[in-house]
Design a protein around this ligand. Structure first.
Ligand SMILES: Nc1nc2c(ncn2[C@@H]2O[C@H](COP(=O)(O)OP(=O)(O)OP(=O)(O)O)[C@@H](O)[C@H]2O)c(=O)[nH]1
Ligand SMILES: [Mg+2]
Ligand SMILES: [Zn+2]
Length: 295
């Protein structure tokens, strides 16, 4: 059974037709949050069946890890993806952010970062936050500072979220559900705690939920993710979606340069001279090598 909202009928339960399950064998979930589906009412059984899924405009899909074969669709038909992060509890990971940003770029979905929990920042933390803002500005991503607790930065965020369908994703405990509650009074997404021993979230949100926030606007809360496995992308596609690497690549000696070991590589030179941020280059190498170390 799949639980879904169906306009005039409120929330209904529907049985998934076998053929839909078979069509999308490689995916752990043939239907995901944000899908537009065809429902059919069966008077004889007083039941609903899900007959079809309309073609998606886009979707965010990941693998559990880089090695897994099966994919998981987080959400579909999105206008923006927000990677919700904190500097600590949970600890910030550029490698993790870069994998999500790369996936969003591959599906042509605009992606921004949220650095939440700014109420906990001392001066040195703010300097770290500013550093990440600079790193991601060079990568073409905006970094928004805010606090669901003190409400710092929320009015600007609320305005930006008031458009189409917005997905919030990221590590467990970063504050996705807290932000949704703070931004949209009336919504009551369940929020959790941070484990004292690990400094990580406790996976409070267990299924993705789409909340309608206006006539044509919605926000999707999603379960915290441990690791983001990248779909199979060709090396040139990975380069293409790292804009700061793409910028220097035409100046390499070899047109098919992978920027890992080749002589006269303009990308490596730019990294040495700090024109490309180290953190992003390390991520690029790790994604290229299919290595989860920096995830
Ligand atoms: N200090 C501070 N704590 C926050 C803020 N936002 C969220 N928290 C806390 O962080 C913890 C996790 O918040 P959630 O909103 O449940 O996090 P989540 O990202 O939805 O986590 P999952 O559902 O597990 O993926 C809770 O204890 C929140 O009170 C913030 O802006 N400042
Ligand atoms: Mg949550
Ligand atoms: Zn090169």
């Amino acid at each position: 059974m799949v639980r879904l909202s169906s306009g005039d009928h409120g929330v209904v339960q529907a049985t998934l037709r076998g053929k839909i399950r078979l069509q999308k064998l490689k995916s752990t979930n043939p239907v995901c949050c944000g899908d537009v589906v065809d429902l059919c009412y069966q008077p004889s059984t007083n039941d609903w069946t899900l007959e079809g899924v309309e073609e998606r405009r886009n979707h965010m899909v990941r693998k559990a890890t880089n090695l897994s074969k099966q994919t998981h669709a987080l959400a579909a038909n999105l206008d923006r993806v927000w990677v919700v992060c904190s500097l600590f509890e949970p600890k910030f990971s550029g490698g993790f952010v870069d994998r999500i940003a790369l996936t969003a770029a591959a599906f042509e979905i605009p992606c921004h970062l949220i650095l939440n929990k700014s109420d906990r920042w001392h001066a040195k933390d703010r300097a770290v936050a500013e550093h990440w803002r600079e790193v991601y500005a060079a990568a073409g991503l905006e970094v928004w500072f805010c606090s669901a607790l003190s409400r710092d930065g929320l009015p600007e965020l609320a305005t930006a979220m008031n458009e189409g369908t917005q997905l919030l994703t990221g590590y467990s405990g970063a504050g996705k559900s807290s932000l949704i509650n703070a931004l949209f009074p009336g919504l009551q997404a369940a929020t959790g705690t941070i484990s004292e021993s690990s400094g990580k979230g406790t996976h409070t949100t267990t299924t993705a939920t789409l909340y309608e926030t206006g006539t044509n606007t919605a926000v999707i809360d999603s379960p915290g993710i441990k690791e983001w496995g990248i779909l199979d992308l060709e090396p040139y596609e990975i380069t293409y979606h790292f804009p700061e690497i793409r910028e220097y690549a035409p100046h390499c000696r070899y047109p098919n340069c992978s920027h890992t070991h080749e002589p006269s590589c303009a990308v490596q030179e730019a990294v040495r001279e700090n024109r490309i941020h180290q953190e992003r280059f390390v991520s690029y190498l790790s994604i290229l090598a299919n290595d989860d170390q920096y995830n």
